[in-house]
Write a protein that binds this ligand. Structure first.
Ligand code: PGA
Length: 261
């Protein structure tokens, strides 16, 4: 995998937004797999700025979700559908028809999981999948010991993830759902390009295990090592536990600019 160390979150957002813009220039109806949480917000801000300035036309882009809480009512402001509509779909000027995600309110949740995998395949597959990483090494909501071959399914959140996400629910962990639908690790690995952004000291250990540790279900993000085109973008704080940081810096510094991510 390629590891790019950037000075700060804004630089990471700009770099990834430019990769997305380059993709949209090549393939205007690209399917953009987006992630939620705090980390990707600078990417969405930078991409929306490029759209506003005319640097890229995103009008034919399609957007899909990585995961969703189970049981939050449709219009709940913290359902990931609401978050992606607010942070991505609306700022890019897209219609809700260009957007898809798993239905966390479905009566038949297992059916909804299978339907989402089918919908992603029917849409031609994800062109670029953005990922955050949990402090426990999760990608999407694939918590430690998730099968590396897993498909979209229901997962139970770890206590750590519910603590981490309580800040989106007025700091009240009791409001954080226990269950989610998440693209499986096998599903995620089918995207054509995986881009993981991690910022802050709190992610440094998970990043080191992901990049320099063994491929292991206990660190779900380590599955990125199995993907032929995986990019890990980290700020200085998140890179602070990487032993190979000097090598990653030298490699990226020598990369021709036309190559992109
Ligand atoms: P965060 O979440 O960006 O809010 O830290 C990342 C994740 O849980 O994947």
């Amino acid at each position: 995998m390629e590891v790019v160390i950037v000075p700060d979150a804004a630089a990471g957002g700009e770099l990834i937004a430019e990769a997305m813009a380059a993709l949209l220039r090549r393939k205007p109806d690209a399917l953009l797999g987006v992630a939620t949480g705090s980390t990707p917000v600078p990417i969405y801000d930078a991409l929306a700025a490029k759209v506003r300035s005319g640097a890229v036309d995103a009008s034919r882009a399609r957007v899909c979700q990585l995961d969703e809480y189970v049981g939050l009512p449709g219009g709940h402001p913290e359902s990931y559908r609401s978050v992606v509509l607010r942070q991505v779909v609306e700022p890019l000027g897209l219609s809700t028809e260009s957007f898809m995600g798993p239905d966390g309110t479905a009566e038949d949740l297992l059916g909804a999981c299978a339907a989402y995998d089918r919908a992603l395949a029917a849409a031609g597959g994800v062109d670029i999948q953005l990922l955050g990483i949990g402090t426990d090494g999760h990608i999407g909501f694939n918590e430690p010991c998730s099968s590396l071959a897993s498909r979209t399914r229901i997962k139970t959140l770890t206590e750590q993830t519910r603590v981490d996400n309580a800040r989106f629910f007025d700091g009240d962990i009791d409001q954080v759902p226990h269950h989610v639908i998440t693209q499986g690790i096998g599903t995620i690995l089918e995207a054509r390009h995986l881009v993981l952004l991690a910022t802050g000291e709190g992610k440094a250990e998970a990043v080191a295990q992901t990049v320099e540790g063994p491929v292991a279900a206990v660190v779900p993000a380590s599955a990125l090592q199995l993907h032929p085109h995986a990019t890990v973008v980290v700020d200085e704080a998140a890179a602070s536990k990487l032993k190979l940081a000097p090598y990653f810096r030298a490699t990226y510094a020598a990369k021709p600019s036309w190559q992109g991510l």
